[in-house]
Design a protein around this ligand. Structure first.
Ligand code: ZN
Length: 259
């Protein structure tokens, strides 16, 4: 039987996972593509059809009706009924097997949590919550009337903002701190569906590497980590690759049990 390069690397990754003591995952838009989440950049990306200005913080607060109309379309109407894919579920399974600890994601789609994953840290926030800058409280999407002229605080009726990062906002400092200190302790990081272009979250694999850990990519296209930061890259689609990795881990463990 002839094994492809990807198949060999899947076996390699399965062994790394079994032998690692502290593995974390870093995920980007690529892992959600199979769920039907549209991409933002590029020719057919969201920002080729909408004015990114709707996600400028000051614009949102001064023109809430207009901004909300489009934000609702892009982040809420379009994403209704979106479900996790095999890639998300595979990570959940790795967590249950005790082989994967925290998941750090650049996605705001809530799909890791929906697939049952625990310890999910969101660099860019989530569509699933809203914040009121007046009450300084955070509300679940269920408490908000999305069909209103703009989303309002259930307590004080002020305009609330989706709890994901707008363009002029900084990343949540707490998440960054946890991420970087965790990365320094990790002996393995899986970089999944992530080109490495969005700073500062993109520094995570570098922290792992510089602290002596190993970086493995599951990316269809080469990224900024390929060839220098990552030990190897598996080029298959993340949902297929991750499913194969889980199966490979199970097979290896079964063989070990037989001995
Ligand atoms: Zn309020």
């Amino acid at each position: 039987m002839i094994f492809s390069k990807d198949d060999q690397n899947i076996q390699k990754l399965a062994h790394l996972l079994i032998n690692s003591k502290n593995c974390i995952a870093f995920t980007g838009a690529g892992i959600s593509v199979a769920s039907g989440i549209p991409s933002f950049r590029g020719e057919d990306g969201i920002w080729s059809k909408y004015d990114p200005n709707i996600l400028e913080l000051s614009n949102y607060y001064s023109n809430p009706k207009l901004c909300w109309k489009f934000i609702k379309e892009i982040f809420y109407d379009n994403l209704q009924g979106i479900e996790p894919n095999k890639g998300h579920y595979a990570l959940t399974e790795l967590q249950k097997m005790g082989l994967l600890k925290n998941i750090y994601t650049q996605n705001i789609d809530n799909l890791h949590q929906k697939s049952g994953s625990k310890n999910v840290y969101e660099f860019h926030g989530t569509t699933n919550y809203f914040v009121c800058k007046k009450c300084m409280k955070r509300y679940s999407i269920k408490a908000i009337d999305l069909e209103d002229e703009y989303p309002k605080c259930p307590d004080c009726s002020a305009l609330v903002k989706p709890d994901f990062i707008f363009f002029s906002e900084e990343l949540p400092r707490k998440v960054l701190e946890v991420a970087f200190s965790d990365a320094e302790k990790a002996d393995l990081i899986l970089v999944i569906g992530c080109s490495g272009e969005v700073a500062p979250a993109n520094q995570m694999p570098l922290y792992v590497k510089h602290s002596g850990g190993e970086v493995v990519e599951i990316n269809p296209q080469p990224s900024l980590y390929s060839g220098n930061i990552s030990s190897f890259r598996i080029s298959g689609k993340s949902q297929d690759t991750l499913t194969k990795v889980v199966n490979a881990v199970k097979e290896i463990r079964e063989r070990q049990d037989e001995k």
